[in-house]
Design a protein around this ligand. Structure first.
Ligand code: NAD
Ligand code: WQD
Length: 338
């Protein structure tokens, strides 16, 4: 099997994608600047897969480092996860998000062109849809992101669409993730947010573990079944397997694709709280507060194209997302105790 370069490969989703690719027989090379991950992932990935993936500590904005990677390995395609992903932080550091996410993607694409590697799987986000006109959201929905992070993803998509339009040798899969959650069932891989978690699932897990007193529910007056925000939560292992399916699609069809990766099911904040309490056996105290600026009421995916083109559907239920996230939270606590 040829080798896949995974940028952001020690990150939450990149590491899970590496595990699924290695399980499917591909060799991988991981590249990461360790801005939001630690090298310990490499040992846990080796324990999980039985094979140590080559790791390059570098920034995707470092052209010389990228050229060295392409010279040293027979790279057949790139999965590009490296990026900053906090909506809140992007309001304070818009220039950094443009440089890191857009500039980093441009630098990577230029290095791929120099190496004649023109197959790319790109981490996009449902945030490019902004406030949708309706749900479920099809890939054809208008693109109207409403924050600097989402704009950086939209700019990357536009750049990659332009590239494919100009040069048909490029084959790009733009994967629009909805809301990834959970962890590998082995509890060897998972999300380790630094500081206060921005996202719902890791925050709930920390409340259940007694690390935080209560969950603040951002808004109870949305036009949804119980007034709280509704999202399409997808297990990170399902998401990683969706990347394998997308890579196979690009290889076999020789074409690019823009596709949603979600479950197609909307779950409210309160439904998630109840599911996590059931999975963990722990109470999750909560308090209703004002809406979070920029949040949309409901966001969940149309999944027909992912199924018809990629032959992929998310398989893991909400109960597994919560059970695996809870097991990972307990593993984190055990590590801290050591
Ligand atoms: P993450 O922060 O866990 O992983 C990203 C990795 O990229 C980190 O290990 C970080 O150190 C690395 N990185 C960042 N900038 C880099 C650079 N310039 N050079 C090299 N490495 C760099 O995040 P994640 O949740 O795994 O997300 C991966 C990708 O998926 C991101 O592009 C993100 O925008 C996108 N995405 C994430 C979500 C989500 O909810 N997690 C949803 C939609 C899209
Ligand atoms: C889910 C729901 C909140 C925290 C975000 C980014 C998106 C993507 C995934 C990168 C919402 C509510 C949350 C809390 C709460 N990231 N909530 N209390 O909003 O779907 O997407 O992460 O691409 O770009 O926007 O996920 O987990 O942040 O929020 O009530 O402490 O939980 O209002 O309704 P979201 P989330």
């Amino acid at each position: 099997m040829a080798t896949i370069l995974i940028t952001g490969g020690t990150g939450y989703i990149g590491a899970h994608a590496a595990a699924e690719l290695m399980a499917a027989g591909w060799d991988v090379v991981l590249l990461d600047n360790l801005r939001n991950s630690t090298p310990g992932v490499l040992d846990r990935l080796a324990a999980l897969t039985g094979k140590r993936a080559p790791f390059v500590q570098a920034d995707v904005r470092d052209a010389a480092a990228l050229d060295q990677v392409f010279a040293a390995h027979r790279i057949e395609a790139v999965m590009h996860f490296a990026g900053l992903k906090s909506v809140g932080q992007s309001w304070q550091q818009a220039a950094l998000y443009l440089d890191n996410n857009v500039g980093g993607t441009a630098c990577l694409v230029a290095a791929m062109e120099r190496a004649s590697v023109r197959r790319l799987v790109f981490s996009s986000s449902a945030t490019v849809y902004g406030e949708p006109d309706g749900v479920p959201i099809p890939e054809s929905a208008p693109l109207r992101s409403t924050n600097p992070y989402g704009r950086s993803k939209l700019l990357c998509e536009d750049m990659l669409r332009e590239l494919q339009g100009a040069d048909s040798r490029w084959q790009v899969a733009l994967l629009r993730y909805f809301t990834p959650v959970g962890a590998h069932p082995s509890a060897l891989l998972g999300e380790s947010p630094q500081g206060v978690p921005n996202n719902l699932m890791p925050y709930i897990a920390q409340v259940a573990a007694g690390l935080r007193p209560e969950l603040q529910v951002f808004g109870q007056d949305y036009p949804t079944l119980d007034g709280t925000g509704v999202r399409d939560y997808i297990h990170v292992v399902d998401l990683a397997q969706g990347h394998v399916a997308a890579l196979r699609y690009v290889q076999q069809s020789g074409k690019g694709i823009t596709v949603n990766l979600g479950t197609g099911q909307g779950i409210s904040v309160l439904q998630m709280v109840r599911a996590f309490e059931a999975a963990s056996g722990r109470p999750v105290a909560l308090r209703f507060v004002d809406r979070r600026p920029g949040d949309v009421a409901a966001c969940y995916a149309a999944t027909d194209l992912a199924h018809s083109a990629l032959g992929w559907r998310a398989q893991l239920p909400l109960s597994a997302m919560c059970a695996d996230a809870w097991r990972w939270q307990q593993a984190l606590a055990a590590d801290r105790a050591e």
